[in-house]
Design a binder for this molecule. Structure first.
Ligand SMILES: [Zn+2]
Length: 208
């Protein structure tokens, strides 16, 4: 009788444990909620480790402030907490930035930048996880291939080059798509604006 009762309670405890385990496993872990979204794309990407970055100037035009704009772009994203490790003028980095005229970029780096583009970023990203950002379902990806940034030498102002460089490095760091706001550097069109807004910084930095 006593033995039977003890047996009954241990069966009950076992049942509670099994049910608890089933309930916990059936409910997915609460996903991280991200508070910002500034892009017209449904995805954003990130580097899983701090990327190396380098600059390769393909011409000798001293009026083309390529290095100045390069350091500016790094500093802008670094100010958002997204850092890159300098790797000189190596052609082998996670992010390689080429500068020159369209024909020099084609001849030197074998990359085609269209005549309507002041710059471009070529590179791939891979699906990482589904996320909720600003109450909407989005995708988080990770940068899985070398990102090739191209800055076209086209007799622009230094501020315009800073704008283009910061924009293209933004893509290379994972800012996919564009902003719908003309005061953002990640807007579709080149401008003289060279400081990132907090909105476009937050869009990417919340994932780093
Ligand atoms: Zn763009």
């Amino acid at each position: 009788m006593k033995l039977g009762k003890r047996h009954f309670w241990s069966m009950g405890t076992m049942l509670v444990l099994v049910l608890t385990f089933l309930i916990i496993s059936l409910y997915p872990l609460a996903a991280t909620v991200y508070n910002y979204w500034r892009s017209n794309d449904t995805a954003v990407a990130k580097w899983l480790t701090t990327p190396t970055i380098s600059n390769v100037k393909l011409n000798s035009n001293n009026n083309f402030p390529f290095e100045v704009a390069y350091m500016h772009a790094r500093s802008q994203w670094g100010g958002a907490g997204i850092n890159t490790t300098l790797n000189g003028t190596s052609w082998a980095s996670n992010i390689v930035c080429y500068g020159g005229t369209r024909s020099q970029i084609l001849a030197g780096a074998n990359l085609v930048v269209t005549t309507s583009d002041a710059g471009a970023c070529f590179g791939g990203s891979t699906f990482y996880q589904n996320i909720t950002a600003n109450g909407m379902s989005k995708q988080l990806k990770y940068q899985s291939t070398t990102q090739q940034v191209c800055i076209v030498d086209a007799n622009r102002t230094t501020n315009a080059y800073k704008n283009v460089f910061t924009h293209e490095v933004g893509h290379a760091l994972g800012w996919l798509g564009h902003s719908n706001f003309s005061n953002d550097i990640m807007w579709t069109t080149i401008s003289e604006i060279f400081n990132l807004t907090s909105y476009e910084k937050n869009h990417l930095s919340q994932f780093y």
